[in-house]
Design a protein around this ligand. Structure first.
Ligand SMILES: [Zn+2]
Length: 247
C-alpha cells in the first residue's frame, strides 16, 4: 500500500534527482503557476518548491541534507528544539538573499547576520515575506504531562499561501482549537508522536474537523500511521499521503 502511494505520488514534473543520481520522491499539490512540489528531507524537515521559489522548513541536518536543492529564498523555523532549529544548518544553507520567518524565541538565538533577515511572527500574526503570505498559527501542548515540551505562546505553526493554495505546517502541537478551526487548507503537515506532540487519534480527530484536501503525517517517529489513516477514514474527504520521512 505504501509503495503504491509513493509511486502514485511520483510524477515526472515532481521527480528530482540528487547529485548522487538517486531519485528522491517528490509529491505534488496542484496550484496556480504550476504544482507545489513537496520534498521530505527527514522527520520535521522538508522543502517546498513552487513557481521558482524554494522554501526550507525547519532545516536541520547540515548542508548535506539539502544537496542538490537551490538555496532557499525563504526559511521557516517553527521553534527552538534541535529537531527543528539548528543555527549551524541555517548558517550553512542560507544564501545571500535568503529571508527567514521565526517566532521571537528562535529569533533571539540567531546570529546577527541571520537575525537581521528574519521576520519575527508571534502566534496569530501574519506577514508577506519574499512575496509569500505567511500566517503564524499557535502550536502547543494541552495534555498536562506534556505541557513542558511546547508551552502555549512560544512556538509557531504556519499557513503558507502558494499559487492560491494554503499549506498548513503544524509545528509541534496537539489538536488545539486553532488547528481545528483552520479553513480552506489544500495540504496539511501534521505532527504526531509521543510523548512530545499527540497521538494519531488526536491528529485524526483534528483532521476530520478542519478537513484539509491532503494530509501529510510528519514528525511521526514511532507512530502507527496506518491507525492514523484508518481514523481519518475514507469518508472524511481528506487524502492521507505517507511520504518517506525516515530513510
Ligand atoms: Zn519536534
Amino acid at each position: 500500500m505504501k509503495t503504491t502511494l509513493l509511486i502514485g505520488a511520483l510524477t515526472l514534473a515532481g521527480a528530482w534527482f540528487a547529485a548522487a543520481g538517486q531519485p528522491l520522491p517528490a509529491d505534488t499539490i496542484p496550484a496556480a503557476e504550476g504544482p507545489i512540489q513537496v520534498f521530505p528531507i527527514n522527520h520535521a524537515t522538508f522543502v517546498l518548491q513552487h513557481g521558482g521559489r524554494t522554501i526550507y522548513v525547519d532545516p536541520v541536518g547540515g548542508e548535506k541534507a539539502f544537496a542538490g536543492f537551490a538555496k532557499p529564498g525563504l526559511i521557516l523555523v517553527t521553534h527552538i528544539h534541535g529537531d527543528h532549529f539548528s543555527t549551524e544548518t541555517l548558517t550553512a544553507v542560507a544564501g545571500p538573499d535568503t529571508k527567514l520567518v521565526a517566532p521571537p524565541s528562535v529569533a533571539e538565538q540567531l546570529p546577527a547576520n541571520l537575525k537581521e533577515r528574519t521576520t519575527v511572527l508571534k502566534n496569530g500574526e501574519s506577514g508577506e515575506v519574499t512575496g509569500v503570505r505567511i500566517q503564524a498559527i499557535p502550536a502547543y501542548n494541552t495534555t498536562p504531562e506534556r505541557l513542558k515540551f511546547h508551552p502555549k505562546g512560544r512556538d509557531n505553526g504556519y499557513v503558507v499561501s502558494l499559487g492560491g493554495k494554503r499549506i498548513y505546517i503544524s509545528g509541534d502541537t496537539e489538536d488545539i482549537p486553532e488547528m481545528r478551526a483552520l479553513k480552506d487548507i489544500a495540504a496539511a503537515f501534521v505532527c504526531m508522536n509521543l510523548p512530545y506532540t499527540m497521538t494519531p487519534e488526536q491528529a485524526a480527530g483534528a483532521v476530520r474537523e478542519f478537513k484539509p484536501a491532503v494530509v501529510y503525517p510528519y514528525h511521526s517517529r514511532g507512530t502507527d500511521l496506518e491507525l492514523f489513516k484508518a481514523k481519518v477514514g475514507a469518508d472524511s474527504g481528506t487524502e492521507v499521503r505517507l511520504l518517506s520521512w525516515y530513510k
